[in-house]
Design a binder for this molecule. Structure first.
Ligand SMILES: C[S@@+](CC[C@H](N)C(=O)[O-])C[C@H]1O[C@@H](n2cnc3c(N)ncnc32)[C@H](O)[C@@H]1O
Length: 264
């Protein structure tokens, strides 16, 4: 598949940009610095896809047709949380750590974003060996792969975006783990009962997820919701509370909040 790449000079700070992109549900972008020290925003549009609205009056510096491999950011291996290493190079051979081989491709979830890091932190803390786990909005599949490597017995990863589903499938294969990946708008294609649900999407989307998550959880299930901008935390907590979910713990990095909840 070919993408239209548009390059902009980034004039606002990164947090503000990420919030705007998240709000529009737009995840195919990269931020980089050029030799002059300017920060550039690269945006990738599929055929027929429109530019996030706030960018429509930004000046386009460059424009070209490209394929995902051309722009895939070359990342170095890094420890996302203690003892969990993300390896985009596929060269790390350590056995004393959980290593996740990962190609970002065109999907969100390189592990560099705080919302992903906090999700992994809580997976490590709350996932019990043998748990059944579902990752809703899996992007690259990073959380699902970590869950499986932490000892989950059954893991399902879903995303509404076809392209993300393909990338996640490739990453699952690369890591030789048994994770079921499928396209689903939230839980529309998800059945069964799960001990842990993890979802790193947007506050507004979590409100929809909370409408349906009872169906696939039990009294002791753990729910990890990430990707919440702090100004929208109360909105999510109020809805969760109405649905009977009690807050166990929260974590905040910059303006991003992750919540851990349980019903009993
Ligand atoms: C912020 S990314 C998270 C990726 C990865 N799980 C991580 O933590 O790094 C959010 C993902 O949710 C997906 N998504 C957005 N709306 C969705 C929906 N209604 N149902 C399923 N997935 C959705 C997007 O396509 C994107 O891949």
């Amino acid at each position: 598949m070919r993408f239209k790449e548009l390059v902009f000079l980034l004039k606002i700070d990164e947090e503000e940009l990420l919030e705007k992109l998240y709000e529009e549900g737009f995840f195919n972008f990269a931020i980089e610095e050029n030799k002059e020290g300017d920060r550039l925003l690269r945006v990738y549009l599929r055929e027929g896809e429109t530019l996030p609205s706030f960018l429509s009056n930004w000046k386009i510096l460059d424009e070209r047709l490209t394929t995902p491999k051309d722009w895939m950011v070359e990342l170095e291996p890094f420890e996302i949380v203690e003892d969990v290493v993300v390896d985009p190079t596929e060269k790390v051979t350590r056995t004393d750590k959980i290593v996740v081989k990962l190609s970002p491709g065109v999907a969100f979830g390189t592990g560099l974003h705080p919302t992903t890091q906090m999700s992994v932190f809580f997976l490590k803390k709350y996932l019990k060996k043998g748990d059944r786990v579902v990752d809703v909005g899996c992007g690259t599949g990073i959380l699902a792969i970590v869950a499986k490597k932490l000892g989950a017995s059954y893991v399902m990863a879903v995303d509404v975006d076809e392209q993300a589903v393909e990338v996640a499938k490739e990453n699952v294969q690369k890591n030789s783990v048994d994770v079921i990946v499928k396209r689903s708008d939230l839980l529309s294609e998800v059945d069964g009962v799960f001990d842990l649900v993890v979802s790193n999407i947007l506050a507004e989307i979590h409100l929809r997820l909370l409408e349906d998550v009872d169906r696939i959880t039990h009294e002791r299930s753990i729910l990890i919701l990430s990707g919440i901008v702090d100004t929208k935390e109360n909105m999510v907590r109020e809805k969760a509370s109405k649905k009977g979910w009690n807050l166990l713990e929260r974590k905040q990095e910059r303006e991003w909040v992750t919540l851990v909840m349980k019903r009993s």
